[in-house]
Design a protein around this ligand. Structure first.
Ligand SMILES: C[S@@+](CC[C@H](N)C(=O)[O-])C[C@H]1O[C@@H](n2cnc3c(N)ncnc32)[C@H](O)[C@@H]1O
Length: 261
């Protein structure tokens, strides 16, 4: 079959039109065992948890996750020979029952069941994967991004302290979706900055207390963006950020901002 004809609205890349898969297919660009271990410790990978590696290459991470951390490990990898090698490695290490590989385009894979997702892929993939992971993962799931930061996401601080080879996130945890930044007062008005770390269809800032729960800002917001809200300096109550979740309900995001802080 020849290449697909291109239309002006065709969202596929030129590589895909040539019948090639988006991505750099060099499984030899692999992390060391030490780097994998450090990432797993930083993400607190537990026995029995489900580990998903997007772009699992030769399966080094799958083997360590299964053998040393007793996780159930799934690798998503497009290269057939890399997958064969990953399964052979798992077999040799006696953990074949805990390891499986899926030959697929990792951008399409649904990781909803994962406790820990690992990616060592680079910025072009992060742009595609970040909104999917925010939407599909459960709130307790951790994402290990080896090498590159995911723009706009808030890394877990304790992980930054223990590992300098990458970043660990909880992209679907509502508490990680927004953090309060600087505040400053100007002529009886206090301006508060709210930093947004996930793509949110609707976010509201609510003024709590004084007998009223007023909504003072409501809008759509993208990760990496800051929202500025103005509050009369006389208002003594806290501010809360609320956003719409998958079910359509509004839930609180981040921690409340107390006036004195
Ligand atoms: C930089 S290597 C990382 C390998 C391994 N995770 C590691 O860190 O040692 C990226 C891997 O992702 C695979 N890959 C790249 N794009 C892909 C895609 N769209 N779908 C599935 N696998 C892909 C490549 O074949 C390669 O094995």
């Amino acid at each position: 079959m020849g290449p697909k004809p291109m239309t002006s609205l065709d969202p596929t890349t030129t590589a895909e039109r040539r019948g090639e898969l988006f991505g750099v297919h060099i499984p030899e660009l692999q992390l060391s065992d030490e780097e994998y271990r450090a990432g797993f410790v930083a993400a607190a990978l537990e026995p029995g948890e489900t580990y998903v590696e997007l772009g699992s290459g030769h399966g080094r991470g799958l083997r360590i996750a299964a053998l040393e951390f007793e996780a159930r490990a799934t690798g998503i990898e497009y290269l057939e020979d890399a997958n064969e090698r990953a399964l052979a490695t798992a077999e040799r290490s006696g953990v074949a029952h805990l390891v499986r590989v899926v030959r697929d385009d990792l951008r399409r894979y649904d990781p909803a069941h994962a406790d820990v997702v690992h990616m060592h892929l680079g910025p072009a993939f992060h742009d595609v994967l970040a909104p999917r992971l925010e939407r599909l993962l459960t709130s307790g799931a951790r994402v290990i991004a080896a090498g590159w930061q995911v723009p706009g996401w808030l890394p877990l601080e304790h992980a930054l302290d223990t590992w300098d080879g990458g970043y660990v996130y909880r992209p679907a945890d509502p508490r990680m979706h927004a953090t309060w930044g600087a505040s400053y007062e100007l002529g009886g008005i206090v301006v508060h900055e709210l930093q947004v770390h996930a793509d949110l269809e609707a976010i509201e800032v609510r003024l709590v207390g004084s007998g009223t729960n007023a909504t003072i800002s409501a809008r759509r917001a993208a990760r990496g963006q800051s929202i500025y809200v103005e509050v009369p300096a006389a208002h003594g109550g806290p501010l809360e950020a609320w956003a719409r979740c998958r079910s359509g309900r509004f839930t609180r995001r981040g921690q409340p901002k107390r006036p004195a802080t």
